[in-house]
Design a protein around this ligand. Structure first.
Ligand SMILES: Nc1nc2c(ncn2[C@@H]2O[C@H](COP(=O)(O)OP(=O)(O)OP(=O)(O)O)[C@@H](O)[C@H]2O)c(=O)[nH]1
Ligand SMILES: [Mg+2]
Length: 302
């Protein structure tokens, strides 16, 4: 049998379930997931095997109408991921259907021209009656020439195996791109920062998660096999710092505990995690913050 390998970009509106599907396909959590929109900020690769194929899933930030520099850099990263992929999967939420945002993405896909394989995955089918899905499938296929339509639930797993098998066959023949046992290619310090950002996003309300970033400052291996990880949480205002810390520091303590536990499980060893909050009013305009996030600062230029 010949081996196959290639990139499959998952694109869609924020919250469509791209990261959830990435994790399901890989069989491990490589990308953070929250109920909030705009959770993923950069391209996250997750590697899955299916038969003789190695499928590199490229989870992308959601596509939306950008306002800030960070938004523009995220949207550019998402389209860049699609442009580089062998196969694109557009994820649409079953219960929301064809929103304005989906319409805009379909227009964007037209710019790629023909000759590229684009599949449609209608996600969250666990949320709707099946009759509704037929109409939506028809409407979407009238608007764009999808190679195939899949009805899935990234969370519950319905249809995911079928989609994976189909994708495996669409990839070009060639040697695998990553070692057999590799599932992610983000540096550990970035994975660790993402874990902390996930826990913050889950606990903080309204706009605050969009106004902070997390960076791993220092990583120290200890003789006893554990590691000490220092992270900085950049916020924009003094008031935000107080909210992140919480009453008597209870918010940051809870975040730190949850992130540490996840990191320990991921690495299979003990972690000492230290979080510090720093007020940095202009972090959204600092080049270094973008490279730490895995984004291109210039993509944010107007
Ligand atoms: N009911 C249901 N919920 C789902 C399904 N897939 C994902 N979700 C939920 O939808 C929310 C968003 O999921 P994510 O995977 O973070 O979505 P995303 O497309 O990566 O979002 P961004 O990173 O913000 O662009 C989370 O609360 C998921 O648990 C599904 O099949 N069914
Ligand atoms: Mg995501």
């Amino acid at each position: 049998m010949t081996s196959r390998a290639g990139f499959v970009a998952l694109i869609g509106e924020p919250n469509a379930g791209k990261s959830t599907l990435t994790n399901r396909m890989v069989g491990a959590k490589v990308s953070i997931v929250t109920h909030k929109v705009q959770t993923t900020r950069a391209r996250i690769r997750g590697v899955a095997l299916e038969g003789e194929s190695q499928i590199v899933f490229v989870d992308t930030p959601g596509l939306f109408r950008p306002r800030r520099r960070l938004d523009r850099a995220m949207v550019a990263a998402a389209w860049g991921g699609a442009a580089d992929a062998d196969v694109i999967v557009l994820m649409v939420e079953a219960h929301r259907g064809i929103t304005e945002g989906v319409e805009r993405i379909l227009e964007g896909l037209e710019d790629f021209g023909t000759g590229r394989t684009v599949a449609l995955a209608i996600n969250k089918i666990d949320k709707v009656q099946s009759e509704k899905l037929l109409g939506l499938t028809k409407d979407l296929n009238e608007r764009y020439n999808f190679a195939e339509t899949f009805m899935i639930s990234a969370e519950k797993g319905h249809g995911a195996e079928h989609l994976k098998q189909w994708l495996a066959e669409k990839l070009p023949e060639g040697p695998w791109l990553y070692p057999e046992d590799q599932i992610a290619d983000l540096p550990l310090r970035m994975i660790a920062a993402e874990m902390t950002r996930e826990k913050l996003t889950l606990r903080l309300h309204q706009e605050l998660p969009y106004q902070l970033t997390v960076e791993t400052e220092n990583w120290e291996e200890r003789k006893d096999g554990s590691c000490k990880v220092d992270q900085l949480i950049y916020v924009m205002r003094d008031g935000h710092k107080g909210i992140v810390l919480g009453n008597k520091g209870e918010t940051i303590k809870a975040v730190s505990k949850a992130a540490r536990e996840e990191l320990e499980e991921f690495m299979g060893r003990k972690v000492h995690l230290f979080l510090q909050v720093k007020v940095r009013p202009n972090w959204l305009e600092e080049k270094e913050r973008y490279s730490e996030m895995g984004l291109d600062f210039r993509d944010g230029n107007k």
